[in-house]
Ligand binder design. Structure first.
Ligand code: KG4
Ligand code: ZN
Length: 355
């Protein structure tokens, strides 16, 4: 089975083709092509993603990237079994570009179309490269989300996902990006903060740990963001050591909070596998912290390869493939969704009003 996947929900235009051999309940995946165009130059001077610019850039690049992926895999559209695209949540202009392109290809070549929830893409991506069976506990940490979920299968719409907790304000990736911006470390912020933290003193700056040691599995990062800003305002200009110390202290604080919330989740919903996914899962310090935490609870931490943590087409193709195996395809009148919670029991309206 081969599926092409398109990701255009934020600032990466990405296309991939993945293949799977059925081996019982655990399909064995292989990436045949994986091309990503990061719109860094388009957004850098604004210090963040500008939705209109992102949508135009997706439109300009997407056809070329589809051709590139097919050439890399040495395949034609006729060789595919399905075409998947991120159907939401995300910046709606970009999502529309990806969905329309996928629908057009599916229609023209009479292939099944799969509208994939971007979060489901992150949630299942680990199974593309690692030996992970359902169920597992998932920490989803990205630029727009911070959630803990139990994953029992690939079908979020069918109730395979149960959300245990989420952020009550900012996402953790956003907090990394803000920290990098305050310290002029560049964009995107996560990798810049991780690099700057190397050799820094993680104990130098005591920062608040919102929700730490509170019951439940919710997160909060806005107080930490404010504390970082107040600390930066007091730093002497150009003090490289202080910047390294602050980045290391910030990462340790985030590590404390994530480990504490995961410990509560493992107590509430015991699991033998803890998966961390989403852009922030690329952070090697945080992975180490979560590895230790998982081991303390008799669980194993599994994460996708660093390259597959940030947005990519392979995770969308893979989630599409897992759904195609179950016969869960989408009609061509599917409407892109700016908001789309993973747990269908959650009240969409309350999520929308909070955002
Ligand atoms: O999953 P992703 O590519 O896009 C969203 O769906 O949001 O995540 C992007 C986020 C950004 O906030 C970025 O700064 C963060 O992931 N990120 C990192 C690292 N690499 C990317 N955060 C911490 N450490 C990293 N190495
Ligand atoms: Zn993402």
């Amino acid at each position: 089975m081969r599926v092409l996947g398109i990701e255009t929900s934020c600032d990466e235009t990405a296309v991939a083709i993945v293949e799977a051999e059925a081996a019982g309940n655990q399909p064995v995946g292989r990436i045949l092509a994986n091309v990503v165009y990061s719109q860094l130059t388009e957004h850098r001077r604004f210090g963040g993603v500008v939705p209109e610019i992102a949508a135009r850039a997706h439109l300009e690049r997407l056809d070329g990237l589809v051709a590139e992926a097919l050439a890399e895999a040495k395949l034609g559209l006729a060789d595919l079994d399905g075409i998947a695209a991120t159907g939401g949540p995300g910046l709606i202009g970009g999502v529309m570009v990806g969905v329309m392109t996928a629908k057009a290809m599916a229609f023209a070549h009479d292939k099944p179309f799969l509208a994939v929830n971007h979060l489901e893409g992150h949630a299942l991506s680990v199974r593309l490269t690692e030996d992970v069976t359902y169920p597992y506990l998932l920490l989803l940490v990205s630029g727009g989300h911070c959630q803990l979920l139990t994953v029992r299968g690939p079908n979020s719409a069918g109730g395979d996902f149960t959300r245990l907790g989420t952020t009550i304000d900012d996402a953790v990736g956003e907090c990394f990006d803000k920290t990098a911006k305050l310290l002029n470390l560049g964009f995107p912020g996560g990798p810049a903060v991780e690099r700057a933290a190397v050799g820094g003193d993680p104990q130098r700056f005591p920062l608040p740990r919102p929700m730490w040691r509170k019951p439940g599995c919710d997160f909060s990062f806005s107080g930490l963001k404010t504390a970082v800003r107040q600390t930066v305002e007091k730093l002497p200009a150009g003090d490289a050591k202080a910047i390294a110390d602050l980045c290391a202290s910030f990462q340790r604080t985030v590590g404390d909070v994530l480990a504490d919330r995961c410990a509560n989740a493992l107590a509430l919903a015991p699991a033998t596998i803890l998966v961390v996914a989403g852009g922030v899962a690329a952070n090697l310090y945080l992975r180490t912290r979560l590895e230790t935490l998982a081991a303390q609870h008799g669980a194993r931490l599994v994460a996708p390869p660093v390259k597959l943590c940030t947005d990519n087409g392979a995770m969308i193709a893979w989630a599409g493939l897992e759904r195609l195996r179950l016969g869960r395809t989408d009609a061509l009148d599917f409407r892109p969704r700016p908001r789309w919670p993973l747990d269908p029991t959650l009240d969409v309206k309350s999520v929308e009003s909070r955002a």
